[in-house]
Design a protein around this ligand. Structure first.
Ligand code: GRF
Length: 242
């Protein structure tokens, strides 16, 4: 599924201030529409240590940033990200695959767990599973995923290892709109990171994560403040130009 522009008048809770800006783009019905409007409630999905989540939490007390992490949902009961969230006083939920009879049941439970917190944006920050139709259909164009490579190169769970094995001299990180594919959605932001001669997977990933945290904080804040317009493969922060 390709992320679709958000339809005006649909269940968009993303304008708590009642600002209708961005809901229409003039009278041209074919013009791209913003998939998000001014929106502040973030639910973060995380499976890992939570350093990218920590960067979001470091930003969210500043009202000028424009967003607030209202919950963290993980598929792993032992994820460090849950401790990061608890330390910041942010509610958590765990939806572990092992607790459900099959993948569709887990997909539904994950969507239910996210929905409880009423997000305007869902941010996948080191979430190591594909999300299924219930979540995709609930937040079309309103789910973002950070990935440690310059997509479309090196999608998947071993992006840093694959980039090193390929011998690239530059890799980096990408923030994309989540769609039904594997790291295949429209690209919102990218930052390059040079590969050093003595890099191994761990050292390169650590440098990528430094860039990833800055990219994530800057871009999620901008999307929360100004919206995100998706036109086919093209995602752009802010309102449509036409
Ligand atoms: C990031 O590099 C993310 O892109 C990848 O896992 C890392 C998350 O790290 N999928 P952390 O759990 O936030 O520390």
């Amino acid at each position: 599924m390709t992320a679709r522009p958000h339809a005006p008048g649909s269940s968009d809770r993303s304008a708590p201030d009642g600002d209708p800006s961005g809901t229409r783009t003039g009278t041209d019905p074919t013009a791209p529409r913003p998939s998000t409007r001014r929106s502040g409630r973030l639910v973060v999905l995380a499976s890992g240590a939570g350093s990218t989540l920590a960067a979001l939490l470091a930003a969210h007390d500043d009202p000028a940033w424009g967003a607030r992490v209202v919950a963290v949902v993980s598929d792993r009961p032992g994820a460090g990200a849950l401790d990061v969230a608890r330390s910041a006083g942010v509610p958590t939920a765990v939806v572990a695959m092992a607790d459900f009879p099959d993948r569709p049941a887990w997909d539904r439970a994950l969507a239910d767990a996210v929905r409880v917190f009423g997000p305007d944006l869902v941010v996948l920050a080191g979430f190591m599973r594909l999300v299924g139709p219930p979540l995709l259909e609930s937040y079309p164009g309103r789910m973002l995923n950070t990935h440690p490579a310059l997509l479309p190169a090196f999608p998947g769970a071993h992006a840093v290892r694959d980039a090193l094995a390929h011998g690239v001299r530059v890799t980096g990180c990408s923030l994309i709109v989540v769609d039904a594919g594997v790291d295949s959605g429209p690209i919102v932001a990218q930052v390059p990171v040079p590969v050093l001669d003595d890099d191994d997977e761990a050292s390169l990933h650590e440098r990528i994560k430094v860039a990833e945290r800055v990219m994530l904080v800057e871009t999620v804040g901008a999307v929360a403040r100004d919206g995100l317009t998706i036109d086919g493969r093209h995602a752009r922060v802010g309102r449509p130009v036409r």
